[in-house]
Design a protein around this ligand. Sequence first.
Ligand code: NAD
Ligand code: DAU
Length: 354
Amino acid sequence: MSHILVTGGAGFIGANFVLNWLAQAGADSVVNVDKLTYAGNLKTLASLDGDARHIFSRSDICDRAALDSLLKQYRPRAVLHFAAESHVDRSIHGPADFIETNIVGTFTLLEAVRAYYADLGDAEKAAFRFLHVSTDEVFGSLGPTDPQFTEATAYAPNSPYSASKAASDHLVRAYHHTYGLPVLTTNCSNNYGPYHFPEKLIPLMITNALNGKPLPVYGDGLNVRDWLYVGDHCSAIREVLARGVPGETYNVGGWNEKTNLDVVHTLCDLLDELQPKAAGSYRDQIAFVKDRPGHDRRYAIDAGKLERELGWKPAETFETGLRKTVQWYLSHQSWVEDVISGDYRNWVAKQYAA
Ligand code: NAD
Ligand code: DAU
């Protein structure tokens, strides 16, 4: 049986990837390596209970012995690296975990994979890939009329999160250049969709709106992000894994630049339509709050290389993807309740205290 090894497969994008991957006919089995931090949630993967094609290991990517043992046991044909500390605001409150997982963890994983790769036969070596899932935030912040980020844009990370992801990207690149490891890196824009942890803008706004709480918009609400439906990110990763050129990087984006205020207004309008309040609009709950320190003004991705070279384009528009997402949250309130009943409350108290 052929395997792929996925790190961070109990998180938002990793779990969507695993679910989508195993929905394909004839898919390789998945060895899912996840530490189950606050962001990891096995309930997201409940539909795979009893499915022998999903092998879950609660392990830390900083644990070299655990990684060696999993690689030796399952001999994956590819490693897809999603595991990370991913929330910018948390990286501002406490950067240490970001350095540990995103830099030391990626380094530890690369070392384990380098040793594993060195022992593969020629045919297995030729087929093997290490795919590193990264972010557009490594490129820094754009002005209103600057061109979108391309694969040639210089790195200029501004938050502890993006700096730690930039460091991991550089390590991945170096392992190709120095050791010949067949790596692929994807730099993606903001994702949204099912199973998104409600600390991030879109699920936070949906959750707060439904609970009658303020919708906290940072600063003037005019920061711009480029939104991509998570299923489209997963299909891009599958394309890059199948046909990407080792050593290359690929930008992934939705061609959907929106201000945060536009996003929140659209969400409120969808909720007004799908779950109207007794009186008034969800827009009445919008509250402007203190800005994020060092808040990047604009991200925008030029995903042209992926389209030209691998024929990938997003399937969802922002309108179709956001409607699906709101509908998903409305019909999965127990998943949300479960997530927000625990430690999440402490985070909200700390972040939105003022
Ligand atoms: P997430 O925070 O939802 O999930 C991260 C997962 O990694 C969790 O399941 C967590 O338990 C696991 N994890 C954390 N530390 C670990 C460790 N030391 N060992 C093993 N597992 C560990 O993150 P996400 O939003 O799904 O992001 C996944 C990846 O995609 C990240 O690398 C992120 O940088 C990148 N990315 C995210 C976005 C986005 O919009 N969310 C966009 C572009 C790129
Ligand atoms: O661009 C890709 C990145 O997108 C990923 O690498 C990160 O892992 C992911 O978290 C995301 O980072 P952002 O910081 O852009 O996402 P977030 O959802 O935290 O914020 C989106 C925008 O909304 C940002 O401009 C800050 C703003 N915001 C966010 C929150 C949580 C608010 O105005 N209010 C909020 O309460």
